[in-house]
Ligand binder design. Structure first.
Ligand SMILES: Nc1ncnc2c1ncn2[C@@H]1O[C@H](COP(=O)(O)OP(=O)(O)O[C@H]2O[C@H](CO)[C@@H](O)[C@H](O)[C@H]2O)[C@@H](O)[C@H]1O
Length: 758
């Protein structure tokens, strides 16, 4: 019989399933060998399954086989126990680490007052190990301590903070600190890496231990028994770990889940936006800020959204952290509110200048808005240092910010000017997303004084165009400074590089083409899903699915007609428009087409706010055609959902449309889009082809009323006379995977590219 020395770190197996090359240290030949077994060393992938036996197929008598299977089972259970012990140990470490960090004063970040950043806090906050600054041991400023996991944290005092402020040089940055910080960085990074690896390996081992696909194939017959025993062990472990702390519940249960989809690319991501649904929303940006982070979190990343605190949000708690920042020479205090929903940390920055603006986010004069956005970006960059989420700050290692539109385009600039230029936040990157290039944060060059940057930074903002002459342009500076640029569709990515579509920034975008990419937005399939939509649960509306499309939609249509006081008729097509009333959305083209539309048997429902003349136009049309038109002037999320469900056709004659979300929502609800083939609309609405019954809507190639009418007419005809084709269009629209998951995967590629860019 061929046997193995039982203490050898060895493998004996002849399985085709395991592809690594084993080291055979000891191998004793014997007669009557019936199977191979031994120990596996997975060292090359960081796993040490020293006590698992890999059992080869087959040969041998039954008695031995039973015995061996028992052995195998016992070995597997033994191994499971060990993995659980490891998990417990990890949980214990986390609990201890939490205790440690909560006892640490976070005020260890040096003052950068000359650049408008000041640090005066009266609270205690936890700090992450990954923040190299916090490990600074500059004399008098604090003492670095190594925590159990190899991370380093700093104790500092109010005294030390004052001293730091005095030490700030005329350039605004403490040079002593920077030098010391650079020396510490390497040490800190390797200590961080040690911790990460230790953590990762333990998590991985935990996962490996129970995923059937990681158990050698020959054990498959035992998996059932094994799983049963493992479940018992797990339950045991669950009850004991809950006593330690409630947070690691996730970590422990990770053993049950597959590894994160992001695999080794898992990182810390902070999306920063001026609006975030459902708390604040004027349009698509709010939707994206509310949904994309959740999809990134589903891939295994640690994700945070930072938005201003415009109102009192029931879910968010004041975490008691206070910081002060200077904006245009004025000292401003911010506080932080935080909540955790669907795997994402939502952090709201509170300041008197944001309060009560929830329905007027971009209100006020140019300077007011600029001051708000400057304060917001300054505070947002430091959130990973100051705001503990689940007890631990994100820190600035392995971190990527996602800034959005001109409102947060200052963030990449601050990240560079205040930190990266001074050897701080070395492992932090920024990505800037263009949702709409038409708004750029333009102003006179004097606006540079408001953003508090070193004089040499003015050139990043300086722009010239034939209309505005020389001016100050925030978007331009953000695009140049960000590590990567994304826009929200491929079509718009192409358009942005043209003089017609780039709105003066096409030159910069072309120069930075190497770091620029289009990624089509997705749909929040929890919020915008006819099956679960909370706005369809009352007043005659109903939830529906692909299977119940016909009955469900019919019921929603009747409820909508009833709610709006239109004749309740099943046979008349309802045409809808939802959106901001401005030049971009082409509402005026609908206005031009209304006399023609009214000559046909249709109903038209328009929901929007914006330009006063266009709002007035909506009211007028309703007044003139009261039996056929409803023009709802206002912002109503509930009505947007109900219209999307109850209408047959959604009109989007946008002059330009970076992506467009309403057409995606419409298709999800079996509502057929008729759109101008531009930007993201062209990417997402495949025109109907009656010959092969393909496509999901209608498109027209120029933003002109006649083109709109022609496309709409074909659509109405199909609705009336070709019911089968109509249903096919609806079904194809609903069957698409429009979720954020695809987009999140592509964002991840961009974030990884940014991470490895130096
Ligand atoms: N009166 C009203 N009442 C209730 N809800 C209303 C409303 N008016 C608009 N909405 C809602 O606001 C959102 C609008 O999203 P869009 O993507 O169509 O446009 P927006 O131009 O704001 O976004 C920009 O950013 C997004 C996100 O990247 C891009 O898709 C888009 O092309 C770009 O112009 C939708 O959720 C819509 O239902």
């Amino acid at each position: 019989m061929l046997s193995l020395g039982s203490d050898t770190t060895v493998l004996l197996f002849h399985t085709k399933n395991l592809k690594f090359t084993p080291k055979i240290n000891t191998l004793n030949a014997d007669s009557g060998f019936s199977r191979s077994r031994g120990r596996l060393n997975y060292g090359s992938v960081g796993l040490k399954y020293k006590h698992i036996r890999a059992v080869g197929k087959s040969i041998g008598n039954d008695e031995n086989e039973d015995e061996d299977e028992d052995d195998v089972l016992n070995a597997t259970i033994e191994k499971s126990k060990k993995v659980l012990a490891l998990q417990k140990e990890l949980i214990q470490q986390i609990a201890e680490r939490k205790k440690l960090v909560s006892s640490i004063d976070s005020d260890s970040i040096p003052g950068l007052e000359g650049n408008g950043i000041s640090y005066e806090s009266s609270e205690k906050s936890a700090s992450s190990d990954s923040n190299p600054q916090k490990g600074s041991t500059r004399s008098g400023s604090g003492s670095a301590v190594e925590n159990q996991n190899g991370g380093t944290v700093l104790r500092s005092s109010v005294h030390s903070r004052e001293k730091e402020t005095q030490d700030v040089s005329s350039a605004g940055i403490n040079q002593d600190f920077v030098e010391q910080k650079k020396r510490n960085d390497a040490e800190m990074a390797s200590s961080r890496q040690r911790f990460d690896e230790q953590f990762k390996n333990k998590r991985y081992e935990g996962k490996k231990s129970i995923r059937p696909d990681t158990v050698p194939k020959d054990l498959s017959s035992n998996i059932k028994t094994y799983s049963q025993k493992f479940e018992n062990l797990k339950r045991e472990s669950e009850s004991s770990s809950k006593e330690v702390t409630n947070e690691p519940e996730n970590i422990e249960s990770e053993g049950e889940n597959p590894p994160p989809l992001a695999g080794p690319n898992v990182m810390n991501i902070i999306l920063v936006a001026a609006e975030c649904a459902p708390w604040s929303k004027t349009g698509g940006l709010g939707d994206v800020a509310g949904a994309l982070p959740k999809a990134l979190a589903r891939r295994g990343h640690r994700v945070m959204v930072v938005a201003p605190h415009y109102g009192n949000y029931a879910e968010a708690q004041d975490i008691g952290v206070r910081k002060r920042y200077k904006v245009a020479g004025q000292d401003m205090e911010v506080t932080y509110f935080q909540t955790y929903i669907d795997g994402v940390d939502f952090v709201f920055i509170d300041s008197p200048i944001f309060q009560h603006l929830e329905s007027n986010i971009y209100g006020g004069n140019r300077v007011d808005i600029l001051r708000r956005m400057a304060l917001f970006c300054k505070a947002a960059v430091e959130v990973p240092w100051h705001v503990p989420c689940g007890g631990v700050c994100y820190g600035d290692g392995n971190l990527v910010f996602i800034a959005n539109d001109w409102h947060t385009a200052l963030l990449p600039v601050y990240l560079k000017a205040y930190y990266r230029d001074h050897g701080l936040m070395n492992y932090t990157r920024s990505v800037l997303v263009i949702h709409n290039i038409a708004h750029q944060g333009r102003g006179p060059l004097d606006d540079f004084n408001i953003v508090d940057l070193p004089g040499n930074y003015i050139d990043l903002f300086r722009m010239y165009d034939p209309v505005g002459g020389e001016h100050f342009n925030i978007f331009a500076a953000g695009l140049k400074t960000a590590d990567r640029i994304v826009t929200v569709s491929h079509g718009y990515a192409w358009e942005l590089k043209t003089s017609e579509g780039g709105w003066g920034l096409n030159g910069i975008i072309n120069e930075n083409d190497w770091k620029f990419r289009g990624i089509v937005n997705g749909v929040d399939t929890k919020d915008w899903n006819p099956q679960f939509d909370v706005h369809l649960k009352s007043e005659g509306y109903t939830n529906y699915t692909l299977e119940t499309l016909q009955t469900g939609k019919r019921q929603c249509k009747a409820a909508l007609q009833k709610e709006l006081g239109l004749p309740v008729r099943e046979d008349v097509p309802i045409i809808a428009f939802i959106g901001r009333l401005d030049q971009q959305k082409g509402v005026d083209l609908i206005g031009e087409a209304i006399p023609w539309m009214m000559s046909h048997d249709v109903q038209l429902i328009m929901l929007g706010t914006g330009r006063p003349d266009l709002e007035e136009m909506l009211r007028q049309f309703e007044w003139q055609h009261h039996d056929k038109i409803r023009g709802w002037v206002g912002f109503s999320v509930k009505m947007a959902h109900r219209i999307t469900a109850g209408a047959d056709i959604l009109l989007m004659p946008s002059r330009f449309e970076p992506c467009g979300l309403n057409q995606l929502y419409a298709m999800n609800y079996g509502t057929v889009p008729v759109v101008h083939a531009v930007g993201g609309l062209r990417d997402t609405v495949q025109p109907f082809n009656p010959f092969d019954e393909s496509g999901v809507g209608w498109t027209f190639d120029r933003a002109e009323a006649n083109k709109l009418k022609a496309a709409l007419w074909n659509c109405i005809l199909t609705y009336r006379d070709y019911k089968k084709s109509w249903e096919g269009i609806q079904r194809r629209g609903m069957s698409q995977d429009l979720s954020w998951d695809n987009a999140a995967e592509q964002y991840e590629e961009v974030l990884v590219a940014a991470k490895y860019q130096w």
